[in-house]
Write a protein that binds this ligand. Structure first.
Ligand SMILES: [Zn+2]
Length: 262
């Protein structure tokens, strides 16, 4: 085999910067940038390099031009930028809805991560701490939730195990069948009611459910918890550990299709 290079950056104390972060997603962690080209051929995942300070591409207003392949989402982890990737899609809330952006990606959470959850740091005893895997869109209860792309409704319990209904509540997970986002998945969580079922074929903009407070959202400001998941795993290093997961920041994708911003 040809030489394979995996770009893994050990951040050491950087992991503890997470513990002190105040939860602003733009400042909590930088984008992976330098590691992209180092992951040579053969489909190896690229390491994201968490940093305590924001990089320009992490803090700038995301736009489609932030995508290394404008007009189409990346098809592999090579060159993948977790905080800058734009997946072409439809905003998950109606343009007429009143919404605001709440907690973002990597905001600290209190419990422990599973393999598919982002982490915000490692304690001195080596315990991983979970971070928020999505973006919260604060919006009135009962607001229609729209399909982000053409695709199929899939069962999260078959993809991310163990799946926790007690955390996510009622969800609609759509796996894209669109050529510019093939295989990407959106997760809409804490819904009150679903308009679709697993196996249904949906089209972008279709109402798939209504916002609610199911799962662990009972005590929060009413919001839609929205995640995007890649159809491949991206290596991320924290405190000397490397994890591979499909999570990335959905904010650039949301802003790129946010009807209020265009
Ligand atoms: Zn959330």
């Amino acid at each position: 085999m040809a030489s394979l290079v995996v770009a893994v950056v050990v951040i050491g104390a950087g992991g503890f910067a997470y513990l002190r972060s105040t939860g602003s997603p733009a400042n909590a962690v930088g984008a992976s940038s330098a590691s992209a080209s180092a992951a040579a051929s053969a489909g190896l995942a690229v390491s994201a390099t968490p940093r305590a300070s924001a990089t320009p591409e992490a803090s700038a207003s995301p736009s489609p031009t932030a995508n290394p392949s404008p007009g189409s989402a990346p098809v592999s982890a090579i060159g993948f930028r977790p905080r800058a990737t734009v997946v072409p899609m439809v905003f998950p809330l109606p343009a007429a809805a009143r919404y605001r952006y709440g907690d973002g990606w990597l905001v600290p959470r209190v419990d422990r991560p599973y393999w598919y959850n982002e982490i915000r740091g490692v304690t001195s005893t080596g315990v991983l701490l979970r971070a928020h895997d999505g973006v919260d869109l604060q919006v009135a209860l009962g607001t229609p939730v729209l399909a982000s792309f053409d695709g199929t409704v899939v069962d999260p319990a078959h993809i991310w195990r163990p799946w926790l209904p007690s955390r996510y509540g009622n969800v609609v997970v759509i796996q894209s069948s669109e050529g510019t986002s093939l295989g990407y998945r959106s997760i809409a969580a804490h819904l009150s009611r679903l308009a679709v079922a697993v196996g249904d074929v949906v089209h972008r903009g279709q109402v798939v459910g209504w916002t609610g407070r199911s799962g662990n959202a009972a005590e929060t400001i009413p919001h839609l918890h929205f995640e995007l998941r890649a159809p491949f795993l991206i290596a991320v290093s924290y405190g000397g550990r490397t994890r591979r997961l499909d999570s990335f920041d959905p904010l650039p994708s949301l802003r790129a299709c946010d009807p209020r911003l265009h």
